[in-house]
Design a protein. Structure first.
Length: 59
């Protein structure tokens, strides 16, 4: 293994990207918990039921 990647100029950008991804996963988890507690909106339920049919070409 080489340690040149630790000194790359892209390291600050990776820190920002990693932080944003962690926040996104945390936010998605909070949304999922809210959905479990209060139920999903009707629009999401319709989309959730229609998506596999559209993806597989079923009518």
């Amino acid at each position: 293994m080489n340690t040149d990647l630790a000194t790359t100029p892209h390291q600050p950008y990776m820190f920002i990207y990693d932080t944003m991804m962690i926040v996104l996963v945390f936010w998605l988890g909070k949304q999922y918990a809210s959905w479990r507690e209060h139920g999903m909106r009707l629009g999401w339920i319709i989309w959730y039921n229609a998506a596999p049919k559209l993806a597989l070409g079923c009518t």
